[in-house]
Write a protein that binds this ligand. Structure first.
Ligand code: ZN
Ligand code: ZN
Length: 281
């Protein structure tokens, strides 16, 4: 049987395999739940028939790509527009022909990167179609990247272009990295933070965790590592693989981390009102 991409129906993780894969390394990991009713892997043709693609132009020359109905972890692919070559960070669960045509119209992709495996989505498709010069992933996450080819593994930090830098933070995943965009004052934070939002996209609460489904907290040293990286970065917006959250500032992010080490271990979803008060104190 020929090698081809299959997506896990439970989490959306893509693997290239010569038959439906025996299992999914994301679902068998403790940070995810197993499917309740056994494995179900779908080839790309099947996923293409299931999903409709859409995109949304955001402020600061950004475009968010997503698909519906929800598939797997159902992440968002961020496209940062630059005259001398676009940067894509994280990826949608799949890219329909319409979505690929829109990216092409916007100038394609020169640099591709992701925070960690929960943000990968169909990154392999973006590499196959646009053949970016760079695909950058932190070295500790390499074991999850078999569906595509990493061209630039890195250690602590990697500057993709002036004012746009990847920083290794670990914690949630060993190889997790955040992307700081100085000009856009935006932190693409991976799953270092989770923002609870209402249906209009208003921020309700922010949390930080080792594992979201199982509510496993980070260790004090992991929180300290996040803090060390994030404290010097000046931002007023965070983008997780799932949420676009203007209003989550450096001070608010630091207040979440301070809370995480202030009491007994636990994952707290801290209301925005409380965080704003602490951030201004
Ligand atoms: Zn899975
Ligand atoms: Zn994650």
């Amino acid at each position: 049987m020929p090698l081809k991409p299959y997506a896990c129906s439970n989490c959306g993780h893509w693997q290239k395999y010569f038959a439906p894969p025996p299992d999914c390394p994301v679902c068998t990991d403790t940070r995810n739940d197993l499917p309740h009713d056994g494995w179900h892997f779908r080839p790309a043709e099947e996923v293409r028939r299931m999903l409709k693609g859409s995109w949304r132009r955001l402020e600061r020359d950004m475009v968010a790509f997503s698909t519906s109905p929800p598939f797997g972890l159902n992440g968002t692919g961020w496209l940062l527009l630059h005259e001398d070559g676009n940067v894509a960070f994280e990826a949608a669960p799949f890219y329909t022909d319409d979505m690929l045509a829109e990216i092409e119209r916007l100038g394609g992709i020169r640099i591709l990167a992701s925070s960690h495996v929960h943000g990968y989505g169909a990154l392999w498709q973006l590499q196959d179609v646009f053949q970016p010069e760079v695909l950058a992933i932190q070295k500790e996450d390499l074991r999850m990247t078999k569906a595509f080819r990493v061209t630039w593994p890195y250690d602590d930090a990697l500057q993709l272009r002036p004012g746009l830098t990847l920083h290794h933070v670990g914690g949630h995943y060993e190889g997790q990295a955040v992307l700081y965009d100085e000009k856009r004052r935006t932190l693409f934070c991976g799953d270092a933070f989770k923002v609870d939002q209402d249906e209009r996209g208003e921020n309700l609460a922010v949390s930080t965790h080792k594992a979201f489904h199982k509510s496993i907290p980070l260790t004090p040293k992991e929180v300290e590592k996040y803090r060390g990286v994030i404290a010097p970065l000046d931002f007023d917006t965070v983008c997780t693989p799932f949420e676009y959250a203007p209003g989550v500032t450096t001070e608010i992010a630091l207040a979440v981390l301070d809370d995480a080490v202030s009491g007994p271990p636990g994952v707290r979803h801290i209301p925005m009102g409380e965080l704003r008060e602490r951030a201004s104190a």
